[in-house]
Design a protein around this ligand. Structure first.
Ligand code: FAD
Ligand code: SF4
Ligand code: SF4
Length: 480
């Protein structure tokens, strides 16, 4: 058992082992193995217990990382779990899928020269152990309250609100247009990053804790938001962003060109055992095909790696900037390269080729120019540098925009920003509709699970304050 901290001088960084490459290319299991207890303790003991912990400052949840590392190093895992779950609704999920290289670990002070403490892997280890040993409890309130809250969207933002308010005794109702709980954690993010059982067991526990889920229920179609406001003391909107960005190229309508989320959802549903006609027909299955993925973000990385596992004959990622300027996490790019994906950097599609089915992408090579006002280097095509990348399936992964929210909810009073995201008061997180709060991707634009959790937890506090204040005003009026 590691008894002392500051062991980074003696011990090297070690992430949990990755599974054998051949095995991981052929199934959808998570690629990292779990730490053994001794390895988790040893890696935790590398932390230098900084007086000003930059890891904590750069974690969106401001997790108390130094404390849980010390407790893990001392073998006090149940206490480590208490500390880590005090600020995070889903520590085992963040430990798996946060881009730690850009957040906590990327800001660890020993990163320079010694490589960071493996914070994410330890966080995952602590909470997976807590599940195994029965320490993770359903959100049971000490006493029931009569107040109720309606939550639109069962993604991480909505679930974080639900958990926090249920623990305080609220009657919590979550409405989602999908048939399962989890939002993009269930239908967007692939199994090899986040096995679905990890999300499903949380769903089960939330139900045991008395949270009511109304699934296959689209707000704006099946129930109006006005009706929800009648039913509940407050409403939270956490509906995410789902409108795929288009690419204006000749040939874009050809069969065989599919948006990333349709492709990933079909794969996730197939892995969950659902019947997916478009997958069964081959339209959304990369098996036996040459695949091109257009885009350089994390969604593109998920598509290329899914295609490898489905048995594509080749997988190429076309991205118009270079490796250093891509938005996706470097860790994911490295995983994709290991798994056999070819990256064609500095290449932008100009047209999709084919008569009745896509047969290739005509692309042009780009060069990086001077930075623009945002500091990002501009790209420009190199004249005469066209080439054709043959393919049977082209997947477009160019990001997401919000749907037209005021129209979707038939609420013209719901103000939006110029990007179409919901406008909320920066402190209260309330929209222009009194008692209606919002958070997660629908406010931030496409972001991260950890930020959705942060918004959900903050919104829960604001909702609680709003409902209590309204109740005391009603009491005061009645007493007059
Ligand atoms: P969502 O998770 O999108 O949930 C919104 C929910 O609202 C959905 O369940 C939807 O069905 C429901 N809904 C929408 N409209 C209605 C309506 N009218 N009525 C009822 N219900 C409705 N983040 C990471 O941190 N790490 C990653 O590795 C990562 N990988 C990603 C991979 C992909 C392919 C994608 C697309 C995203 C990824 N993200 C990742 C981003 C992350 O998933 C999102 O930032 C996060 O899920 C946003 O949470 P949310 O609760 O705001 O919305
Ligand atoms: Fe790091 Fe994410 Fe965990 Fe915060 S929640 S400590 S950023 S892995
Ligand atoms: Fe430990 Fe790194 Fe955080 Fe410092 S920054 S407390 S060394 S994990």
């Amino acid at each position: 058992m590691a008894e002392r901290m500051l062991q980074f001088v003696r011990l090297s960084q070690a992430q949990p082992e990755k599974r054998d490459l051949a095995a991981r290319r052929s199934d959808f299991g998570e690629i990292y193995r779990e730490f053994a207890e001794a390895a988790a303790a040893e890696q935790s003991s590398r932390c230098s217990q900084c007086g000003v912990p930059f890891c904590q400052i750069h974690c969106p949840l401001h997790n108390n990382i130094p404390d849980w590392l010390k407790l893990t190093a001392e073998g006090r895992l149940e206490e480590a779990y208490e500390v880590s779950s005090a600020t995070n609704t889903f520590p085992e999920i963040c430990g798996r899928i946060c881009p730690q290289d850009r957040l906590c670990e990327g800001n660890c002070v020993i990163e320079k020269g010694f490589e960071s403490v493996t914070i994410g892997a330890v966080e995952k280890y602590i909470t997976d152990t807590a599940w195994e040993r029965g320490w993770v409890q359903a959100p049971k309130p000490r006493r029931e309250l009569s107040w109720s809250v309606g939550i639109i969207g069962a993604g991480p933002a909505g679930l974080a609100v639900a958990e926090r308010l249920r623990t305080r005794g609220y009657q919590v109702h979550v409405y989602d247009r999908y048939d399962r709980v989890g939002g993009l954690m269930i239908y967007g993010i692939p199994n090899f990053k986040l096995e679905k059982e990890v999300v499903l067991r949380r769903w089960k526990q939330f139900e045991e804790g008395g949270i009511h889920f109304h699934l296959n229920c689209a707000i704006g179609t099946d129930i109006s938001i006005a009706e929800l406001r009648e039913r509940h003391d407050a409403v939270f909107i956490g509906t995410g962003v789902y409108k795929a960005r288009d690419i204006a190229c000749p040939g874009i309508g050809l069969p065989g060109i599919v948006p990333a989320l349709d492709y990933l959802t079909a794969s996730n549903r197939d892995n969950l055992g659902d019947a997916v006609p478009a997958f069964a027909s081959g339209a959304l299955d990369a098996g036996g095909k040459a695949v091109v993925v257009v885009g350089g973000g994390d969604t593109a990385m998920d598509c290329v790696r899914t295609a490898v596992r489905q048995g594509a004959t080749s997988v190429t990622c076309l991205y118009r900037r270079d490796r250093a300027n891509m938005p996706g996490s470097m860790r994911e790019v490295k995983n994709a390269e290991e798994e056999g994906v070819t990256f064609t950097w500095l290449a932008a599609p100009e047209a999709f080729l084919g008569d009745t089915q896509v047969t290739g992408v005509r692309a042009v090579r780009m060069h990086l120019g001077l930075p623009d006002a945002t500091g990002r280097q501009q790209v420009a095509p190199i004249p005469g540098s066209h080439f054709v990348q043959p393919c049977d399936l082209a997947i477009t992964a160019l990001g997401f925009d919000p749907e037209d929210m005021p129209a979707m909810f038939n609420e013209p009073g719901l103000a939006v920003t110029r990007w179409g995201t919901l406008k909320v008061h920066h402190r209260t997180m309330m929209t222009e509709l009194p008692g209606v709060f919002a958070g997660g991707d629908i406010v931030r634009g496409a972001s991260l699970v950890v930020w959705a959790i942060r918004d959900g937890r903050d919104a829960a506090d604001q909702i609680d304050r709003y409902v209590r204040q309204k109740a005391s005003e009603t009491l005061a009026t009645a007493a007059e």
